[in-house]
Design a protein. Structure first.
Length: 153
């Protein structure tokens, strides 16, 4: 962890800046600019929003629920978020990923085998020679992955 202190700090800085500081500044900036450059100079819009306070109140009442809805649609109703999550998963070197077209030949067979073996052990049954061979094969593949190998396409 100490060897990555610079990159970790850079990551935390970017997260703090983009998620909080820049977001708040951009919101305030957009509201101030739109009001004082667009609304204040338009007699029609000035009648609707006679002061910056009314504009902020309208934004709060209409804008926040609208943006919540847009965020919901982004995560739940479009392919945008699944694509983002897919890319984040692909690029994370700590995750074993099974992309489309890859045979799940290590992790999921291990889960299945372990659950089968647990059921057998709970029923006081012995493992067969084939099951022990299968488990040894999965262990070899896991050791290979742990050492940095790649299994699949």
């Amino acid at each position: 962890m100490k060897k990555n202190l610079g990159f970790r700090s850079w990551f935390y800085f970017r997260q703090g800046w983009s998620s909080y500081f820049a977001f708040i500044l951009a919101t305030v900036n957009t509201l101030v600019i739109t009001y004082y450059l667009a609304i204040e100079n338009s007699s029609v819009l000035k009648d609707i929003f006679p002061s910056f306070s009314y504009y902020m109140l309208t934004f709060t009442i209409v804008g926040i629920p609208l943006l919540i809805f847009v965020g919901y649609v982004h995560y739940k109703r479009t392919s945008a978020y699944p694509a983002e999550a897919d890319i984040a998963h692909e690029t994370n070197p700590l995750l074993y990923r099974l992309p489309n077209g890859y045979t799940p030949n290590v992790v999921y067979p291990l889960y299945l085998s372990m659950s089968n073996f647990i059921v057998k052990l709970l029923a006081n049954e012995k493992l067969t020679a084939d099951e022990i061979t299968e488990l040894n094969d999965l262990q070899s593949k896991l050791e290979f992955l742990i050492k940095g190998g790649s299994i699949g396409k």
